[in-house]
Design a binder for this molecule. Structure first.
Ligand SMILES: Nc1ncnc2c1ncn2[C@@H]1O[C@H](COP(=O)(O)OP(=O)(O)O)[C@@H](O)[C@H]1O
Ligand SMILES: [Mg+2]
Length: 228
């Protein structure tokens, strides 16, 4: 297995006027291809901050972050969108679907943002909708889908572009236990069969068994880890 993400002494300090909040202390972690990793920790422990930095939507205060061998700390702001487009897809707790677009169109739009259009996009979107079990819901608007189905659209959108890194922030947070587990199992199955590196921030202990490795965060540090 090769390394998808490597961080060294990664830190993030938020400054609000005179107040400083150290959201990440000094994170050293290597995340591998084909690995489904859970990021656990109480609210405020730094999970969202870490995911945002790994996804290159937030810059660290110090430290290094390598994405598939590209050291991002030496890149300028204008180079980061390209790293995101090539390597990263997100899944959010609130699904982030466009309400006026159908399930299928939401996936198509996600592909367009990755530069994938035309028949390549339509074929991918149709295939992935079937794979997530929504072939008969393609023309539905998000409001006509259940929470579990909406999250499956978000999973489809994230996986359709074949990004090697999938970052999910509390993806089961708006779902009941059974639907949350199903979505997480789907994500795990589809991602690990294709050697993706999947990182899921959650505080849902009931899905802990679905991870290859679990990192436990507290006060901006990874305190310990456990292999599944
Ligand atoms: N934009 C921000 N400005 C200032 N402080 C922030 C900001 N975002 C998060 N924080 C603080 O950073 C810490 C970590 O937050 P966060 O990464 O959201 O943790 P988690 O996702 O584990 O709940 C918390 O103390 C939070 O209040
Ligand atoms: Mg969070």
């Amino acid at each position: 297995m090769s390394q998808a993400i490597v961080t060294t002494a990664l830190s993030k300090v938020y400054r609000e006027g005179k107040i400083e909040v150290t959201a990440l202390a000094s994170i050293d972690v290597a995340l591998m291809e084909g690995e489904v990793v859970g990021l656990f920790g109480p609210s405020g422990s730094g999970k969202t901050t870490l995911l945002s930095i790994l996804g290159c939507i937030l810059r660290p205060t110090s430290g290094s972050l390598g994405i598939y061998g590209h050291e991002t700390s030496i890149l300028s702001e204008k180079d980061l969108p390209d790293i995101r487009r090539r390597f990263i897809s997100f899944i959010f707790q609130g699904f982030n679907l466009f309400p006026a677009l159908t399930a299928y169109e939401n996936v198509i739009l996600g592909l367009k943002m990755k530069g994938i259009t035309g028949s390549d996009a339509t074929q991918r979107a149709t295939r992935i909708m079937a794979e997530v079990g929504l072939a008969d819901r393609m023309k539905f608007l998000p409001r006509d889908l259940s929470g579990g189905q909406r999250q499956r659209v978000a999973v489809a959108r994230a996986l359709a572009a074949d990004s090697p890194i999938i970052l999910a922030d509390e993806p089961t947070g708006n779902l009941d236990h059974s639907n949350g587990r199903k979505v997480m199992e789907l994500l795990r199955e589809m991602a690990s069969s294709q050697q993706r590196c999947v990182i899921v921030a959650t505080h849902d202990n009931r899905i802990e068994d679905l991870f290859d490795r679990v990192l436990y965060m507290e006060d901006g540090s990874i305190l310990r880890e456990k292999r599944g």
